[in-house]
Design a protein around this ligand. Structure first.
Ligand code: AMP
Ligand code: MG
Length: 277
């Protein structure tokens, strides 16, 4: 094994440990000594092939639903990881939902109403681009609801996710963590590249100005709402190749842990079909 293969072997996401103060500084957005793109990309391609096979049996097995949540600041790569990693799935078995500001109707319901409707049925993989966590992130930082309202939501989210897990929804949550510098570069590119101008919104600058308030809000959400059945992972996302590798590997390992099986044919069906022509 060469040096980079050995490094690759140990390169995996660990769930957030709620008993340790979560470090969300610029360093945590990078992985020191991570292998180069030329090592990571072929390794990721293999993981994506495996993911494709696993999704096929996941769909056929039909015993679980899979809910994969992506959160992250503007330009942290939520769209990119969904395109690259979830692009490995057969589109028939996956549904992607993006959550923007709630509509007037959604605001008249409890905050989980729109989210619950988007939870995938068994056999399907549901991918969330933002989620109910916005209700303790954007809502908290922008002051869109009184503190007693958003503060009560950590427990409500935990109860909701527990209920889903008890109903065989496998939940995994990824925070795509980028540094301030990386975000500046990405936002600048959105201004400079005419094919990316449409992604730039002035709100992004307002949120960037509240960087530290978002860090605190993320730290609290990730620490208070993580456990065995619905773990959070902090994905160092300054480099796309590192991000994609880590997310793909976590998904492969999660699906492999489910002991998925193709359903066997019913003997009566086999028998009845034995002389078909
Ligand atoms: P984007 O992901 O760039 O399309 O932006 C979606 C925007 O919707 C972000 O600014 C989010 O913070 C915002 N958003 C999503 N969910 C909520 C929510 N529940 N309350 C307030 N803002 C939200
Ligand atoms: Mg945006």
């Amino acid at each position: 094994m060469g040096r980079s293969e050995m490094f690759l072997d140990g390169l995996r996401l660990e769930p957030v440990d709620p008993s340790v103060r979560l470090s969300l500084g610029g360093k945590a957005a990078q992985l020191e000594d991570a292998p180069s793109k030329s090592v990571l990309e072929p390794a990721t391609a293999k993981l994506l092939e495996r993911l494709h096979e696993l999704q096929d049996v996941f769909y056929a097995d039909g015993r679980h639903a899979f809910l994969l949540i992506f959160q992250g600041r503007d330009a942290s790569g939520k769209d990119g990881v969904i395109r690259t990693v979830c692009g490995a799935f057969n589109p028939t078995g996956v549904q992607v939902t993006a959550f923007g500001p709630p509509t007037p109707l959604e605001l008249r319901h409890d905050f989980l109403w729109r989210v619950h409707q988007a939870v995938p049925p068994r056999g399907m993989i549901g991918v969330f681009n933002r989620s109910h966590y916005e209700d303790v992130l954007a809502v908290r930082v922008r002051g869109l609801a009184p503190e007693e309202v958003w503060r009560a939501r950590y427990d409500q989210i935990n109860a909701f996710e527990q209920m889903l897990a008890a109903n065989r929804v496998v939940i995994r949550k990824c925070f795509l963590h980028i540094s301030r510098d990386e975000q500046r570069g990405q936002l600048q590119e959105r201004l400079d590249d005419p094919t990316k101008n449409w992604k730039f919104r002035l709100d992004d600058l307002a949120d960037r100005a509240r960087w530290d308030a978002y860090t605190d809000a993320y730290r609290e959400a990730l620490t208070r709402c993580t456990d065995d059945v619905a773990p959070w992972y902090v994905v160092p996302s300054d480099r796309k190749s590192v991000r994609n590798y880590l997310v793909a590997r976590m998904l492969v390992e999660t699906l492999e842990s489910l002991s998925l099986e193709y359903p066997r044919i019913d003997p009566a069906v086999r028998d009845a079909a034995k002389d078909f022509r």
